[in-house]
Design a protein around this ligand. Structure first.
Ligand code: GDP
Length: 472
């Protein structure tokens, strides 16, 4: 149960390379916590309400590494949005700096806000009424669902497997101890210390490595996943290069040459994108190309935005229509790019839109706009940037901030698990009874479970029954 009395923090501004980003802290200890990492002419604790101070934000370590310069705005309750004490840091840095600041605030004693929690507090404090609160929450809920999907996608791969393996071992040891305590005749705890020590060491090392990975990986994951799709030769690679401003993808005139998936980052209309160039999605006999096609399908599944590139200088082909059918089921908004606008074009926006809608079942396809563009001359790029920005501000693209918050949650959970394991080591060193181990083993198990979203009680019961209580 999350207490309403603790102090929460979150990044209050969107992604992208905007000039200023705001980190907001709210709660009874907001000023104190903010002050811990703030170095200015005056302490924040001495500031009157609605006053601002200029200073540096530092890491809470001996070295006091400076994270950013910031303006701190102190708003004391009840005259704030949440009716609690609120501090806002306006930082210069991009997302990475904001995330570091957020990390430090968590170290300093704040907790990451749940989605909508600032608004919930505003409502609980009588600052806004329920209808207003609901309106805000609806938007947040919609975004959060998307963020949750994103986090699940992240977890599809190695992290989930690794966390599951770690949990499995912890659960095994816990179940073993519990069974031995219940049934000493069949399960012995003699020299159990020697057995558990290497397990604890190994688990601790693996969790530490995951924490390090999380720190590195979070920059890479940042951005709206944007799939560039289109039939071969439509100009996908050229569009990618246009958006990147450099010749990163290989452009050729032979159809089907984009055999692998390229991922590149670009900022468009102030929004950070992770661009995924795909091979033409179509059935193919060529084994090498087929791998690319498979990956392209996977890219489509995880995409948050689709740029559909059409060669407007040629008639639509069966391949285009096949592709339309493929993407018409996806949830992500589609921006149609009528490319090669510098040539004589034979395709109109309404024609493409009509065909796309015709291939979709029940009109589900989300065409967010049709833009005439030329990868060759760069014409239309600004229009595309404007369209992306508009989608972002309308909340139609998932906000990577929330994706990040989930990542920070992962890291918090990993740290909690590591702390719990250290406590087990302490218990082993202190020579206390094995029943003490299980409390912290389970705490570590549960912390890791917060990453994979699994629950505790059922698992343990299952494990005990399945492995140790057979035939009783
Ligand atoms: P992909 O197979 O979809 O990645 O297509 P490419 O980007 O490799 O482009 C295929 C061909 O179309 C290349 O010869 C490009 O130079 C050409 N092309 C791409 N975009 C444009 C454009 O806007 N105008 C013109 N005239 N040619 C283009």
């Amino acid at each position: 149960m999350i207490s309403e009395k603790d102090t929460i923090c979150a990044i209050a501004t969107g992604t992208g390379s905007a000039g200023i980003g705001i980190v907001r802290i709210s709660g009874p200890d907001a000023v104190g916590i903010a002050d811990r990492m703030f170095r200015g002419m005056r302490r924040l604790t001495e500031l009157k309400s609605y006053t601002a101070a200029f200073g540096k934000l530092v890491r809470l370590a001996d070295t006091e590494e400076v994270l950013d310069e910031a303006i701190a705005l102190v708003m004391r309750g009840p005259h704030s949005y949440t009716t609690e004490d609120v501090v806002e840091f306006s930082c210069h840095g991009g997302m990475l700096v904001l995330r570091r600041v957020l990390d430090e605030l968590v170290q300093a004693g704040a907790r990451l806000a749940e989605p909508g929690e600032f608004t919930k507090r505003a409502y609980l404090g009588g600052r806004i009424d329920l209808t207003e609160a609901e309106a805000v929450m609806d938007v947040i809920a919609a975004e959060n669902e998307h963020a949750l999907n994103a986090s699940l996608n992240q977890l599809r791969g190695g992290l989930r497997d690794e966390v599951s393996a770690l949990r499995e071992k912890l659960l095994y040891e816990t179940a073993y101890i519990e069974s031995a305590l219940d049934d000493p005749e069949n399960y012995s705890l003699d020299a159990y210390e020697d057995r558990i020590r290497p397990v604890l060491t190994e688990e601790g090392e693996r969790i530490s490595r995951l924490i390090a990975d999380a720190e590195e990986g979070r920059m890479l994951r940042q951005g709206i996943r944007t799939a560039i799709v289109g039939r071969p030769n439509a100009g996908k690679s050229s569009i990618l290069n246009l958006l990147l401003g450099e010749d990163r993808a290989i452009v050729t005139e032979i159809a089907g040459t984009t055999r692998d998936i390229l991922e590149e980052k670009a900022v468009l209309g102030g929004v950070q994108l992770v661009l995924i160039d795909t091979a033409g999605i179509r059935e193919t006999e060529d084994a090498v190309e087929r791998i690319g096609v498979e990956r392209a399908r996977a890219a489509l599944d995880t995409a948050e935005l689709i740029l559909l590139v059409i060669d407007a200088a040629e008639r639509l082909t069966e391949e285009d229509r096949e592709l339309f059918r493929n993407i018409s089921g996806t949830e992500a908004p589609i921006l149609v790019l009528l490319n090669k606008n510098d040539l004589d074009t034979v395709i109109t926006a309404s024609e493409v839109e009509g065909q796309l809608r015709a291939s979709a079942e029940q009109d589900a396809v989300r065409i967010a706009g049709v833009i005439e563009i030329s990868a060759a001359t760069g014409e239309g790029k600004d229009t595309l940037a404007g369209a992306v920005q508009e989608l972002f501000f309308k909340g139609m693209l998932s906000d990577s901030q929330e994706q990040y918050l989930l990542n920070t949650r992962h890291k918090e959970a990993l740290r909690d698990a590591l702390d719990a394991l250290h406590r087990v080591v302490d218990s082993v060193d202190a020579g206390v009874g094995e029943d003490f181990y299980t409390i912290d083993l389970l705490a570590a198990y549960e912390a890791l479970g917060r990453i994979t979203g699994e629950t505790l009680e059922d698992d343990l019961a299952d494990k005990i029954f399945a492995e140790f209580c057979m035939g009783k």
